[in-house]
Design a protein around this ligand. Structure first.
Ligand code: GP9
Ligand code: MN
Length: 417
């Protein structure tokens, strides 16, 4: 009957972070472009592989005066991979631990970011050159109130423009921007890239750097496909400028999840020059996040520990949309109340001081095992945070919530009975 919502609501309200007045509304009325960078991990950013720069464009962007770059941003996805990251972005809730939420809960009521921006007059859409039913996206996007899905049918894939899982990222960017040029403004577009996906295959002409030289062909090729995706992001920026869309847009880009699994620890250790312990594995769950606001001039590298759960409040606040009544977890990364405590979907967590992984408490600075007491208070909180999110999804609790007023649509007199 929705009575569980009382406790969930109390938790959400007491964990809310107030927006930062200086940042709130700084991008009001602008288009929002979110780019999901397939399988992109932070260990490739501002680093070299055998003397080759892997992400030249993103490196420059990370230092740009209009970019906030977050090197300590963690993914929080589970079995649903890309779709889990989409779920986090849209809802500010965690995906589920034992299933792909896009498949199992597309019939739920949600109050997505797309819905909020739609109410503000935005044209909301997702662009991804794959079959519309992959990850059950067509169904879930209806539940999320995404107005239009530009799926594979919306793209002309010429000879030589597909590799690996489908359309190459560079022509995808070009045609996506052509679609944007036709959209009513302001728009909210989410672009999902595809080329940097396991097993990381490329045509010869798209190999811009050599392979790595470990015993893992997967890791060896990964650097090349990352290098290609970097070129595609550059193409996106160029195309947006050419179509006159750049100035009036903010561009947020994030890695969806890891590309290199623990099966490649030995090769990964060779690249990193150190053994991949549970501590290092957790740190390898960092994926990059960039918030690029043309003309902002306030850009910086933000070292705080942040995660995908924080995206929704952060972006809505930048666009001048209040979220104090929203049923979301996570916090605006620019808020002074943002707490450095990020929970992975599997229960591991990271704070500014510790990393908890493999049931071991590590000192974040040294990577050495530290006393269990340093992690103890967070273990329960991590379970609680995931538990409340799961309750919302499993109980379809947003049915009983009016986001506009913050009212619970339940009979409070029967509550607890
Ligand atoms: C498929 C793309 C990749 O459409 O999103 O999916 P993934 O395997 O990364 O979840
Ligand atoms: Mn993915």
């Amino acid at each position: 009957d929705g009575s569980e919502l009382v406790e969930v609501n109390n938790y959400v309200r007491s964990n809310q972070a107030k927006p930062n007045d200086e940042m709130f509304g700084t991008a009001e009325g602008k288009n929002l472009i979110i780019v999901t960078l397939e399988s992109l991990q932070t260990f490739t950013i501002n680093e070299e592989m055998n003397g080759e720069v892997v992400t030249p464009f993103l490196n420059e962007l990370s230092k740009d005066k209009d970019t906030f770059y977050f090197p300590n941003f963690y993914h929080q996805t589970g079995l649903g991979k890309t779709s889990d990251s989409e779920f986090l972005v849209e809802n500010g809730l965690y995906p589920l631990g034992n299933s792909a939420v896009f498949f199992t809960h597309s019939g739920n009521t949600y109050n997505s970011m797309a819905e909020r921006l739609g109410e503000k007059g935005y044209f909301t859409n997702v662009m991804h050159a794959n079959n519309k039913s992959f990850w059950n996206r067509d169904m879930m996007y209806n539940a999320l109130n995404v107005e239009e899905f530009y799926d594979v049918e919306s793209y002309d894939i010429a000879e030589g423009q597909a590799v690996n899982w489908g359309m190459k990222d560079i022509p995808f960017m070009e045609q996506s921007v052509e679609h944007m040029a036709e959209m009513p403004q302001p728009f909210y577009s989410r672009l999902l890239t595809l080329t940097n996906h396991f097993p990381f295959h490329l045509d010869e002409e798209d190999k811009l750097i050599p392979e790595f030289d470990s015993n893992s062909g997967t890791l060896n090729r990964y650097f090349q496909t990352v290098r290609y995706t970097d070129e595609a992001v550059k193409a996106l920026f160029d195309d947006l400028k050419e179509k006159g869309l750049y100035e009036n847009s903010i561009i947020m880009m994030y890695g969806d999840h890891y590309g290199i699994s623990e099966n490649h620890n030995e090769a990964m250790g060779q690249y990193l020059g150190k053994e991949v312990t549970p501590f290092e594995s957790a740190q390898l769950q960092r994926v990059p996040m960039f918030i690029h606001i043309p003309g902002s001039n306030q850009g910086e590298v933000v070292e705080d520990v942040v995660g995908q759960i924080d995206i929704r409040p952060t972006l809505l606040h930048l666009l001048g949309v209040e979220t104090s009544k929203d049923m979301q977890l996570g916090a605006d990364v620019f808020s002074k109340d943002h707490e450095e405590f990020i929970v992975f979907r599997d229960g591991r967590f990271v704070t500014d001081e510790v990393v908890y992984a493999g049931d071991i408490c590590y000192d974040k600075e040294t990577g050495e095992e530290t006393e269990a007491e340093a992690c103890a208070p967070y273990i329960e909180r991590a379970a609680e945070e995931l538990g409340y999110s799961d309750e919302i999804i499993n109980g379809d609790l947003l049915r009983f919530y009016d986001q506009k007023t913050g009212n619970l649509l339940i009979d409070e007199t029967t509550e607890g009975k």
